[in-house]
Design a protein around this ligand. Sequence first.
Ligand SMILES: Nc1ncnc2c1ncn2[C@@H]1O[C@H](COP(=O)(O)OP(=O)(O)O)[C@@H](O)[C@H]1O
Ligand SMILES: [Mg+2]
Length: 410
Amino acid sequence: MSLSIRIRPGHPDFLDLPWERSLSSWDNPNLVELPKGLSRHEVRFAAYPEGLYAIKELPTEAARRDYEVLRALETSDVLTATPAGLIEGRHPDPGSEHSAALVTVFVENSFSYHELLTGPGFGDRRDQMLDAFAGLLVELHLAGCFWGDCSLSNVLYRHDAETVDPIMIDAETALLREILSNGQREEDLEIMILNVAGGMADIAASQGVAVADADLCLGEDIAARYRALWQELTEDLVIGSDERYRVTEKLRRVNELGFDVDEVDLLPRNGGGQLRVKVKVGGRNFYSSRLRTLTGLDALERQARQILSDLHYYQAQHGAVSATAKSVAAVRWRLSMFEPMLEQLTRLEDIGDPLQAYCDLLHHRYLKSVERGADIGTETAFESWLAEGRPNYAGHRVGATGIGQPGAAS
Ligand SMILES: Nc1ncnc2c1ncn2[C@@H]1O[C@H](COP(=O)(O)OP(=O)(O)O)[C@@H](O)[C@H]1O
Ligand SMILES: [Mg+2]
């Protein structure tokens, strides 16, 4: 088999590298030494004018799978290393360790659990980091990806303002399916629990700590977080037909967990006395573009999310279940609710940002509905909002435990 170098546009051609030789013997001037996590295969880093790259040597089939899965996940919401190229035919035997190589874009400004745990530790970000790890696995599973090797060293972290983004870097064991069964998800969790225990034991050993004192149950903690998150994102909620404000609560809880809601389905139950609420979890940061498509308006992501929850609420109120009914309801919502109310708000004195005022009004409507235990209309909420001196809820956060309690927002 002859050498084949497949490179995606925008990257160097990597023709300067001696692909026929094993990575450990390379001494090319572009190679750089950088810290890396535990790895099964040889990994080297190379610097080019186009950027930094990680090069991993592995058997052909594993390399192909790694490359294909990372490519496929690019259209999902899961953050992964970006595949840049696949090199095959480095050795006549495709099963040989040296037969192929995968090139990924180096994830800059990232760090691994290993670096963190052997350095400063989690500190007060422990919950955030573990939630992020669990969240990555949930996102992968929602995207139909069975990882097969979720471990501390196959994830990198990057700080993004207040949040931390987990990034999947090693997909050579992953499989993509239309949908994963509960058994497959559980199997992936089992693998993760074992891998994490192994990773923690390694860290303890490298620090001279007795294995008995290592936190070998960390993976179980992550699994518990995963299960809670999965449940919140996928469970069906049953509500009374006059309790549609609880849809808002549900959306808010999902948003608080860092996920966006793509669609809400409301299915009548018990002869219409109850509704079953099904939430379809969408990507991150898609609200502002969706709002722009619908209304032509530019809003901040947080505002757009709140305004679109109003659309979902409206669709719920009007029993829009089919895709067509939802589209019709979206147009009606814009013409009969959103635009007239935005215009009323724009006409008020001292309104700097009418979209923010709209969000404040929506939040006010929500609080009043909770207080009454039943839906109140937007007009009634508007009068009450004016009467109370247009309370400003900018920056409010409703924690999962505070939801549903009158005045929970602050
Ligand atoms: N794109 C990348 N950016 C930054 N570091 C990377 C990248 N790819 C791999 N690494 C580093 O190399 C290590 C091993 O990579 P990985 O893909 O997990 O290989 P293996 O299959 O050998 O486990 C990772 O823990 C990480 O530190
Ligand atoms: Mg790995």
